[in-house]
Design a protein around this ligand. Structure first.
Ligand code: FAD
Ligand code: 2HG
Ligand code: ZN
Length: 483
């Protein structure tokens, strides 16, 4: 049910035009019905699961414009949805009803980079890959990497507290983000774009915006501490016969690769087969089929020493019979190819019509058990099969093993209430019983909002509501989502 927000009028559109000052900065179908087609992409999410009905998209190019727009919307009780690259996987970035979309795409300037400290200051709408390429030229790396890097914005990354492929090495954005500039619904500019590593002067309010998914305000710029880019990168891809052996290899990798270990990713055979089929290939990376695959990356400063370490680690796990087969990339092209077998999974699974996605923190020993249990449950329900009469194509597991983060994906031929009922709340109950988290890195959005109680107590929810009401008393910021 739509809340009692105001509806956008022609007069509101005139105000937005006066603030934005250029026709290309606003898409609206209130006075120009033909603009509806241009608005469609902003109304629909990456998975094509959620569809909004917004008639207005605003594309500000400065913090001052964001401030004027939000103040006006707050005074008029017009609801808004901040939107970055629209790659979010929980339906948080698209309107539910007719909320105004505020797209950050035109706020895309890199403001400064200090090659002594490694601190980057950039607008929220800078695309992650663009930021990383800028840093690469200076010998640095963005401390976050993920499959959607070509489209997602660094502001969206911070708003979702994205985890990604190298959290194991570079840590969470709660640690690397040093400062934030954001705008509150009443137009106040939160000017905390600090470039200090240490600053114990009062509450660290910027942390509230990291992972708030646009429910407290709009992030307009960030400053972030970026590490040196490692000159020596090695990537190994292994085939293993059991999850128990995956766990043992993980322990060995931590022991033997120590400070140079930068990623430890898990894929099951189904996830890799989906890529093979999607790419129309006869074979995967390795010969034959293995129940599990791991991608292990090292990043260090001494190519010879690192290579020797990796070789010693590989021969040790081979000798101990922990792996069945493996390959070590020899050059940049091979490294990128091996990574594509991991990063390409969400896309390969998205081609059947629908995909139910669960992004979970689970104690490591039981991480994969959920995939087996869910598969058994789906099979018992008689809804998995290779022909069109079955809604479910398969049950697949992969994820950021090094962070205890499983991605349970259930690709389907269509989004189907019956499938959803077999999965939910079953998956959340399974995770709550083991004190895990129902959202490790993708956030809550609209998809996980009803289930937050599986991971947070009533006390915690009460405090969160107090924060929300303090920052956004009219509830105009990304309504119907989060809490
Ligand atoms: P959007 O999707 O546009 O928005 C996401 C949320 O943030 C929404 O609630 C929106 O309202 C809010 N928001 C966006 N910008 C702002 C802003 N400037 N101020 C305030 N609120 C804002 N996520 C991971 O954590 N790890 C992964 O490894 C990962 N891999 C992915 C791979 C693929 C192929 C895809 C499609 C997605 C992946 N994601 C991953 C999810 C997604 O890419 C991340 O959540 C990303 O951080 C979202 O950034 P975005 O700019 O696309 O944000
Ligand atoms: C990844 O790690 C992303 O590839 C996406 O977080 C996971 O699609 C998913 O479920
Ligand atoms: Zn992920």
């Amino acid at each position: 049910r739509r809340d009692n927000f105001a509806q956008v009028t022609a007069e509101d559109v005139d105000f937005f035009k006066s603030v934005l000052g250029s026709d290309s900065a606003i898409l609206e179908s209130i006075s120009s019905p033909a603009a509806e087609a241009d608005i469609t992409p902003f109304n629909s999410d990456w998975m094509n699961k959620y569809q909004g009905q917004s008639r207005v998209v605003l594309r500000p190019e400065s913090t001052e414009q964001v401030s004027k727009i939000l103040k006006y919307c707050n005074d008029k009780k017009l609801a808004v949805v901040p939107q970055g690259g629209n790659t979010g996987l929980v339906g948080g970035s698209v309107p539910v009803f007719d909320e105004i979309v505020i797209s950050l795409g035109r706020m895309n300037k890199i403001q400064s980079f200090d090659d002594l400290t490694g601190i980057l200051v950039a607008d929220a709408g800078v695309i992650l890959e663009v930021a990383d390429q800028h840093l690469a030229e200076k010998g640095y790396i963005f401390p976050l990497d993920l499959g959607a890097k070509g489209s997602c914005h660094i502001g969206g990354n911070v708003a979702t507290n994205a985890g990604g492929l190298r959290l194991l090495r570079y840590g969470s954005l709660h640690g690397t983000v040093l400062g934030i500039e954001a705008v509150l619904p009443d137009g106040t500019i939160v000017d905390d774009l600090s470039k200090l590593r240490k600053n114990n002067t009062g509450y660290d309010l910027k942390q509230l915006f990291i992972g708030a998914e646009g429910t407290l305000g709009i992030i307009t710029a960030i400053s972030i501490l970026c590490p040196q880019r490692s000159p020596a990168v090695n990537v190994a891809y292994l085939g293993l016969e059991s999850f128990d052996k995956v766990l043992q290899v993980f322990v060995e990798a931590k022991k033997k690769l120590g400070e140079i270990l930068s990623a430890f990713e898990l894929m099951d055979s189904r996830a890799q087969n989906m890529i093979r089929i999607h790419r129309d290939l006869d074979a995967g990376v390795l010969e034959g089929d293995h129940p599990f695959y791991c991608l292990i990356e090292t990043s260090g400063s001494d190519a010879d020493a690192d290579y020797k370490k990796v070789e010693a680690f590989l021969s040790d796990i081979m000798e101990k019979d922990l792996v069945q087969d493996g390959t070590l990339a020899d050059n940049q092209t091979q490294i990128a190819d091996l990574w594509s077998w991991r990063e390409g999974i969400p896309e390969a699974l998205g081609h059947f019509g629908g995909c139910y996605k669960y992004d979970l923190s689970i104690p490591l020993r039981e991480l994969y058990q959920l995939v087996d249990d869910t598969r058994e449950r789906m099979n018992k329900a008689g809804i998995v099969g290779s022909t069109d009469e079955f809604p479910v194509v398969d049950v697949v597991g992969y994820g950021h093993m090094g962070d205890g983060n499983l991605h349970l994906n259930v690709p389907t031929r269509r989004f189907d209430k019956k499938v959803e009922e077999v999965l939910e709340p079953y998956v959340y109950e399974w995770v709550a019983k083991r004190n895990g988290s129902i959202s490790a890195e993708h956030g809550l959005g609209i998809a996980k909002k009803p289930f937050i109680g599986y991971s947070r107590s009533d006390n915690m929810l009460g405090l969160m509501r107090m924060v929300k009401n303090t920052f956004d008393p009219n509830g105009i910021m990304n309504p119907y989502k989060y809490i």
